[in-house]
Design a protein around this ligand. Structure first.
Ligand code: FAD
Length: 405
């Protein structure tokens, strides 16, 4: 593992930091209060190339590697979680799922507009009755000639109300011997007849982002929009989580950094008992823990990104990075509020927003209880990954940056 960033990675990091700090910071508190995303955010991320950072140039992207994607997520969530969520679902759950499992025709047709932000994508897997127990979803897709007819409800879907297309997994075989073998994944045009959707309001965090529900009533999806084979939907969905979780881990690392920086600045300024609170050892212990957790979380996501670059299966490493970083980000934000005392309890400072935002990441993309079950099953030897029919392509600089001639 190389600890130095390449010139390209540093450029992506700087560009995304400049965007988030200069263009988002001035309005984010207001958007969080209004509980909506500013309309310019996603188009601007498309214009800057952030949405297609790790998509090969031949498919309309910037041809950067997976570590660049992680660095972008870290910078985005250092400002607000809602920004990183865009990359988690648009890039992680949608575009990278197509890159891994899509046919050449699907990639040609959809990756280009996704990379440029001309289409916004999301991943719709969870249902009102099934989140962690994903194999138990009941939404159905029935084949009718050259289309599938989709019926069902998807719940807690990030970007539900702003996306144009969604990667959706439904049950195609209710009689499959194993529940997980009866699922199939599709790319669905969310402007199709029979699709209704809306945002969920009153959320604890990620208020400057869209989280909602999507209902499918007799939605006709062409067979050529099936992603992978019939019955392969569980594997397609789980591998999309390998990418989504990676972005969540990297983003949570950014949230730890933001909590640490805010705490350091405040602790040096605020005085009690005749000296800055940064001189009190109990405050220093909190700062030390944040600093430790930032470094450890960063190493874990960079390791997962390095494995992705090399084309090596990384379910275990990515799950560990997600669990460690999201738990640490919640603790860091909570301690940051504590360090700010009464002021931390108001939205005059950012740390209360960090705390509210941090909680969601312990629940989505596989709750942290599920990550612990995954880690235990590897450690106990109960789980061994077999090669997938389609792996996420390794980063090959020459191929990724070549135009499609
Ligand atoms: C802000 C936000 C954004 C989201 N975005 C998306 C999205 O874009 N796409 C999408 O498909 N979904 C999304 N989700 C849904 C998310 O993935 C689910 O909420 C999550 O998987 C948990 O499922 P659940 O809510 O049904 O809880 P449940 O599965 O009902 O779990 C409830 C509790 O029980 C625990 N639990 C469950 N099973 C076990 C077990 N075996 N052992 C120990 N504990 C267990 C869980 O960890 C949790 O604490 C989002 C959720 C939120 C909050």
């Amino acid at each position: 593992m190389d600890f130095d960033l390449t010139e390209e990675q540093s450029m992506v990091q700087k560009m995304v930091r400049d965007f988030a700090q200069k263009e988002i910071v001035p309005t984010i508190k207001e958007q969080d209060r209004k509980q909506e995303m500013a309309p310019f955010v996603i188009p601007r991320m498309g214009e800057l190339g952030i949405l297609g950072a790790c998509i090969p140039v031949r498919y309309g992207g910037q041809g950067m590697d997976y570590i660049s994607l992680g660095l972008a997520c870290e910078e985005l969530e250092a400002v607000d979680t809602s920004l990183r969520v865009v990359l988690s679902v648009h890039t992680g759950l949608c575009a990278l799922t197509l890159l891994q499992w899509g046919t050449e025709d699907q990639k040609q047709k959809y990756l280009n507009p996704l990379a440029k932000g001309e289409l916004v994508g999301c991943g719709a897997f969870s249902e009102p009755g099934a989140g962690s127990d994903f194999a138990n979803i009941v939404g159905s897709a029935k084949r009718d000639g050259d289309v599938y007819v989709l019926n069902g409800e998807k719940m807690w879907i990030s970007l539900a109300n702003v996306a144009d297309i969604a990667v959706v997994t439904m049950r195609t075989n209710p009689h499959a011997e194993k529940l997980s073998r009866g699922l199939t994944t599709f790319l669905v045009d969310l402007h199709s007849p029979g699709v209704t959707r809306d945002d969920i309001h009153g959320k604890l965090g990620v208020r400057a982002g869209s989280t909602g529900w999507i209902s499918f009533q007799d939605v006709r999806v062409p067979v050529e929009n099936r992603i992978g084979e019939e019955g392969e939907g569980f594997k397609v969905t789980m591998s999309s989580f390998d990418n989504g979780r990676y972005t969540v881990a990297a983003g949570a690392t950014g949230l730890i950094r933001a909590s640490l920086e805010a705490s350091v600045a405040y602790a040096k300024e605020r005085k009690t008992f005749g000296k800055p609170i940064s001189n009190h050892q109990m405050i220093q212990a909190k700062i030390a823990r944040m600093s430790r957790d930032y470094e450890a979380s960063r190493l874990l996501y960079l390791r997962a990104g390095t494995l992705k670059n090399q084309g090596i299966r990384n379910t275990r490493e990515t799950s560990l990075a997600k669990w460690v970083a999201t738990e640490a980000s919640f603790n860091a934000a909570s301690e940051a509020v504590q360090i700010h005392g009464g002021y931390g309890f108001s939205d005059e400072y950012n740390v209360e927003r960090y705390l509210r935002n941090a909680k969601g990441a312990m629940i989505y993309e596989g709750s942290n209880e599920i990550q612990q079950l995954i880690q235990a099953s590897y450690a106990l030897g109960y789980r061994k990954d077999k090669p997938l029919r389609r792996e996420l392509p390794a980063f090959d600089e020459e191929y990724w940056q070549e135009e499609n001639l």
